[in-house]
Design a protein around this ligand. Structure first.
Ligand code: NAD
Length: 357
């Protein structure tokens, strides 16, 4: 079923309030999740709520948390998110880092111990909206690693995403936002929920052979996701683990700190003021000139248009704002189930959802 973005957002917000989130936190998290759905990343959309609910029940995700700011006003900012909802904790930590960048032209943020921060591109967009370049490395801990380093048949790190955003006329353009695995684990969940097979190359089975079955790794953690781009992507995944886990955070996956329903993030972000290099007008002119030169290239065979990073997400937003956001039946059943566990009135919750015509 396709739902209107506004109704899906208020549905998500109601569920978050039932988890104990304040109105403000529920707004931030629901906005983040629906924006991920709108951007085409259903792996990081409202389908995350059952996991968040289970974590709240276990006491591992804490609504309305107050982060601890561990630095003075230097260029390096360290923030302990104390297992708060990562979406809100990240914005509070970035606000702190952005003020440091205003003072020093550059700031490095280490945010540790956050609940799931979900779609990393959100943070590049947030910094670009305030005129800053930003580069984010994230590691994932709390569960056993799921990605096989290049040359290994065994998982050695997680999907460790990276995002880079360039501020252009108030938006992040271009904007790269990617897991360092071939795909995010959530995409395997989405395929499993839809009963679909996955393309060869996403996952290795327990024998290290390519498989099209999403369920073994999603349900039983058997096998491993592949790192993207062979040895080069694997190297980036390893550095995301080291920067976010060993430096910003206090744990890499090697700590083996496994927690039921545990999916936590540490984030290492570099925030740079482009105006420290040149006036903003010539910088923007060079960005536009370069992007136009890329887009004017002849598309490769089978490709309709050369796209810049971030453009597929923009196109998805246009399409999904018009057509609504598809949520499969299994995901909707999981959402109703977690809402029921928090004593939500399911009939009134259902009535908030409006299907797209
Ligand atoms: P993806 O492969 O869909 O996209 C990766 C990047 O490639 C994006 O910047 C996109 O704009 C660009 N792109 C896609 N198609 C393109 C094309 N045809 N031409 C040019 N550029 C193109 O994304 P992914 O790697 O599957 O990651 C999905 C999401 O998962 C991201 O939002 C990421 O932040 C999130 N994630 C989060 C966590 C976490 O723990 N919080 C972990 C892993 C991933």
């Amino acid at each position: 079923m396709n739902y209107t973005p506004a109704s899906l957002e208020s549905f998500a917000k109601t569920i978050l309030i039932s988890f104990g989130c304040s109105e403000e936190e529920a707004n931030i998290v629901a906005d983040h999740l629906v924006r991920a759905n709108l951007s085409g990343h259903d792996s990081h959309g409202v389908g995350m709520l059952p996991m968040y609910g289970a974590q709240v029940k276990d006491g591992n995700l804490i609504p309305n948390q107050t982060p601890e700011f561990l630095s003075d006003d230097g260029a390096i900012q360290i923030v302990d998110a104390r297992r708060g909802f990562g979406h809100r904790m990240s914005l509070l930590a970035l606000d702190r880092a952005l003020s440091a960048a205003e003072q020093h032209d550059v700031a490095v943020l280490g945010m540790r111990n956050a609940g799931h921060v979900s779609r990393i591109g959100t943070y590049s967009e947030y910094c670009a909206g305030q005129g800053y370049i930003s580069i984010h490395f994230v590691n994932v801990w709390g569960h056993a690693p799921v990605v096989a380093p290049y040359g290994s048949s065994m998982p050695g790190f997680s999907t460790n995403p990276i995002s880079i955003g360039m501020p252009l006329q108030g938006a992040a353009r271009p904007m790269l936002d990617m897991a360092t695995s071939t795909v995010a684990l959530g995409k395997v969940r989405v395929a499993h929920n839809k009963g679909e097979k996955i393309p060869a190359g996403w996952v290795l089975d327990v024998d290290g052979l390519p498989t099209d079955n999403p369920s073994d790794i999603w349900l039983h953690r058997r096998g491993a996701l592949t790192a993207f781009g062979l040895h080069k992507g694997s190297g980036l995944g390893i550095f995301a683990e080291l920067l976010a886990g060993a430096i910003a955070g206090k744990e890499t996956v090697a700590t083996g700190n496994e927690i039921p329903n545990g999916v936590f993030n540490n984030m290492f972000s570099i925030i740079i003021n482009p105006r420290a290099f040149d006036d903003i007008e010539p910088i923007e002119a060079r960005i536009i000139e370069f992007c136009e030169s890329i887009k004017s290239g002849k598309p490769a065979a089978g490709t309709r248009e050369v796209l810049l990073p971030g453009e597929p997400e923009n196109q998805h937003r246009i399409d999904r704002n018009r057509d609504g956001i598809f949520v499969d039946d299994e995901t909707m059943a999981q959402l109703m189930d977690i809402a029921g566990q928090f004593n939500s009135n399911i009939d009134s919750l259902k009535s908030t959802l409006k299907t797209s015509s």
